[in-house]
Ligand binder design. Structure first.
Ligand code: NAD
Length: 495
């Protein structure tokens, strides 16, 4: 168990200027330029990261290509690769608290959640894919007797992994784990506002024995580093988690360059549907509040739309507001905090603007709605509930990515399904009911990649994670994630 004094001992630890990792070497950008890293906890300068350029990014792509072509990683016996990846997981575990605190100082997630969701889940993910390395087989096709069809699984090549700021280690591991386990080389591009723990994670991979050039890290702006990766003729696959707007640009860049495959994990506007027959409405209210307000709503699967059966609407919303009021928002490095900082001032301004628009369009501000704790110099916002939200309101249709819940009543199951499916998104959802048949019907009818039943959140690496509609394509996590990182090759023999 971590105690507060261990965290406090790390909260002001100086962070040296950061490096790029290219071809096994830590280096600065060729231009020498750097970006300031500002902490969302207090607005203070934490350190600098290299402002990666087009040339830096191309150098990293070439290093990855060389490492792939000379087979220094994919040509190693599977058991040897597995050993290195397990050693990496061990080093991550040995540095778990450092990684968690570093990440929180950089991105603002409350430490209680960060410990589990960040290094905790990253370690489990790297181990899961390391263990799989020597358990993946090719296939023999059921052909006629005079021929034989073999199906090989081959590493795809150079993978560019572009990561957002909300859970850099967890989401980073979702890409790095299967990409490296499958034998690929990777160029990793962390978010501008949450790179520090991910850079450290990559340094530890090198320390674990990953050969130079197999994992490269280029920090810097999306419009420079990200665009160079997406337009490259030498990147085979892009795996991306982030906003729909960036996802769209990646698809365009792919079409304009080498038609590289793009796997996109995008945003959501997930409906959490509460029926009047729910067994424990107080528990449903508490879990629903956590499902939108933890990490200040910066969770892609956050249950940001509450659809509630009209007969219990008023009582349930009152209960939910009580739960929201009880959520401790504040110092992300305090173990008792339940919702940390908003990652950056632009996101905070956007959250507040959504609240204004929601009211202007006819919604009622039922709870919260304000920036708080300004005296810290950090970026904090109250859990916010908007009621009287109609299906076509902006706050019902667009992802806020902040602690803002939109509430809409429904009359019956058909109405709930229609409302749940009424956005362009299809990432996740929730259903609360004591009627088992209804729960199964809802799971079938909701057009999302994930549905939670009588709970919200929590699945581990063993199940796939991905969206439908404009929430993306492809899946992270589980053995299905390998589908993005292997090519199938048929070998056809005449016997
Ligand atoms: P973002 O799209 O702004 O940035 C994500 C990454 O893309 C960053 O590394 C950024 O530098 C890079 N990028 C920006 N412009 C680029 C460009 N033109 N070309 C290439 N790369 C570029 O997203 P964000 O604000 O960091 O993260 C929030 C979004 O991520 C939300 O929409 C959220 O729902 C989504 N998200 C989705 C999932 C999921 O699994 N579906 C998980 C977490 C977050």
């Amino acid at each position: 168990m971590t105690d507060q004094s261990q965290i406090d001992a790390l909260r002001d630890k100086p962070i040296p200027p950061q490096n790029l990792l290219i071809d096994g070497e830590l280096c600065q950008s060729a231009s020498g330029a750097t970006d300031d890293v500002i902490s969302p906890l207090n607005g203070a300068l934490l350190t600098t990261t290299p402002a990666g350029t087009k040339e830096d990014t191309e150098r990293a792509i070439h290093a990855a290509r060389r490492a792939f072509d000379d087979k220094r990683w994919r040509g190693m016996p599977p058991a040897a690769r597995k050993k290195i990846m397990l050693r990496w997981a061990g080093l991550l575990e040995a540095n778990m608290l450092d990684l968690a605190v570093l990440g929180v100082r950089n991105n603002g997630t409350e430490i209680g959640m960060a410990l589990k969701a960040e290094p905790g889940s990253a370690i489990a993910t790297i181990r899961f894919y390391a263990e799989a390395i020597d358990k993946i087989y090719g296939e023999i096709a059921p052909t006629a007797g005079d021929v034989m069809g073999l199906i090989h699984k081959e590493a795809v090549g150079v993978v560019a992994a572009i990561i957002p700021w909300n859970f850099p280690l967890m989401i980073g591991a979702w890409k790095l784990g299967p990409a490296l386990a499958a034998g690929n080389s990777v160029v990793l591009k962390p978010s501008e506002t949450a790179s520090l723990s991910l850079i450290r994670m990559a340094e530890l991979a090198l320390e674990a024995g990953l050969p130079p050039g197999v994992l490269n890290v280029v920090t810097g702006e999306g419009k420079i580093v990200g665009e160079t990766l997406s337009h490259s003729m030498d990147v085979d696959v892009i795996v991306f988690t982030g906003s729909g707007a960036t996802g769209r640009r990646l698809l365009q860049a792919s079409a304009a360059s080498n038609m590289k495959r793009c796997y996109l994990e995008l945003g959501g506007k997930s409906a959490n549907v509460v029926f009047a027959d729910t067994k424990d409405l107080s528990e449903a209210a508490a879990v629903s509040a956590a499902g939108i307000f933890r990490n200040s709503g910066q969770v892609c699967v956050a249950g940001s739309r509450l659809l509630v059966e009209r007969s219990i609407h008023n009582d349930f919303v009152a209960e939910l507001a009580k739960a929201a009021a009880a959520i401790r928002v504040g110092d992300p490095l305090d173990l008792t905090t339940q919702a940390g900082a908003v990652n950056n001032p632009t996101q905070l301004a956007q959250n507040l603007a959504f609240v204004e628009t929601a009211q202007a369009e006819g919604g009622t501000l039922y709870h919260g709605g304000n920036q708080i704790l300004q005296d810290t110099g950090g970026y904090f916002m109250e859990p916010t509930i908007i009621t009287d939200v109609a299906e076509d309101h902006t706050v019902a249709q667009k992802e806020v990515f902040g602690p803002v819940l939109a509430v809409t009543p429904f009359e019956d199951e058909g109405g709930a399904i229609r409302l749940a499916n009424s956005t362009d998104y299809g990432l996740a959802g929730g259903v609360w009911t004591s009627d088992l048949s209804r729960a199964h019907r809802m799971v079938r009818e909701m057009r999302t990649g994930v549905v939670h039943v009588n709970t919200y959140g929590g699945p581990d690496v063993t199940v796939p994670m991905g969206g439908v509609k404009q929430s993306g394509n492809g899946h992270d996590k589980s053995l299905h994630a390998f589908e993005k990182y292997f090519d199938l090759k048929t070998a056809w023999f005449k016997l």
